[in-house]
Design a protein around this ligand. Structure first.
Ligand code: ASP
Length: 313
């Protein structure tokens, strides 16, 4: 009899409205979510490590132009892509992260390399890229990441003098998002990964929660793994991912109460829009959001697949 294992993923939260989503786009997004969660689940099924499962799942979404991570990332105010990513393994609280990388096809794999092959947790910009090239990552031109839709989205935000979550309402019927995954493997390891292009029209050099361990990503064996999506400035100040873990550890809150207390409670009261995914040490999954949607999927401990978009589903 194998030990329980499960995985959950997200493709970003925000103002995702049925009337703004074409059937074609919806089908493409659902397909990407399914491929991602199945890829990660396959790793777990074969007895692989939770960290390899979450990285495999996130990589599928980074490679899709339909999400705000890797290809299809949003643009900064300098009309460039700058990506953040992080990973955490719950066994000995190992973690790796990168911020502001511009030429790395799969930032989540680079974050894992920072964890496994450097003495550091977080590398940024040029230094992160120098490390990447020394460790076998290919230089990827900005053109690869760039999509017309992101360019139009940026122009629209510049005209308004705003910066926004990739999922927020803007005069465009396509919605895309930051991506993440959490998993429990058969050895009882919990892991989490998050990857993003950040928010549209962000000041270049801005780093969001997706690169910050404890804000966008957290994993602790015997407790919980968390990956978040939302307006990063709030998630950093509220240390959302570690707050969920702390509530479970110190207050003995269950995963559902802990996640909803943070997302529907203090974070929302501060004005922080977004959501998170979490899995506990029994493989129980929870999705929490205070926005009207979050692209999300899981395969639970019974092997049941579920894929959802809207908050009321
Ligand atoms: N959390 C990301 C950031 O602020 C954005 C997102 O989740 O869409 O960079």
């Amino acid at each position: 009899m194998t030990q329980p294992f499960s995985i959950a993923i997200h493709g970003g939260a925000g103002t995702i409205l049925p009337e703004q989503m074409s059937d074609e786009l919806k089908a493409a997004i659902l397909d990407d979510l399914e491929q991602s969660v199945r890829r990660g689940h396959q790793v777990l099924e074969q007895g692989g490590d939770a960290l390899d499962a979450v990285v495999a799942a996130v990589k599928v979404l980074e490679d899709s132009p339909n999400f705000n991570a890797g290809k299809g990332s949003v643009l900064t105010n300098k009309e460039m892509v700058e990506m953040d990513a992080s990973v955490m393994h719950g066994k000995v609280l190992d973690a790796g992260a990168v911020a502001g990388v511009r030429h790395i096809k799969n930032p989540v794999e680079l974050a894992r390399d920072v964890m496994n092959q450097s003495h550091h947790v977080l590398l940024i910009g040029e230094g992160a890229e120098a490390f990447a090239f020394e460790h076998g990552h290919a230089f990827t031109e900005q053109d690869y990441f760039f999509t017309d839709r992101r360019y139009q989205q940026l122009q629209s935000m510049k005209d308004k003098g705003l910066f926004v979550l990739s999922e927020s309402k803007y005069p465009d019927d396509k919605k895309f998002g930051t991506v993440g995954a959490v998993a429990l493997d058969q050895e009882g390891n919990l892991a989490a990964a998050t990857s993003t292009g950040g928010i549209t029209n962000k000041q270049y050099g801005r780093v969001g929660d997706s690169a910050i361990i404890g804000a966008g990503t957290y994993a602790e064996n015997g407790n919980v793994a968390v990956s978040t999506t939302g307006m990063g400035e709030f998630f950093i100040r509220k240390t959302v991912a570690s707050d969920v873990a702390a509530r479970m550890r110190y207050l003995q809150q269950d995963i559902h109460v802990a996640c909803d207390s943070v997302i529907q409670g203090e974070l929302k009261a501060m004005g922080g829009e977004g959501g998170l995914i979490a899995v506990n040490s029994q493989g129980e999954v929870h999705f929490a959001m205070n926005s009207c949607g979050m692209y999300r999927a899981c395969i639970d401990i019974a092997g049941k697949l579920s894929i959802k978009i809207y908050a009321d589903e």
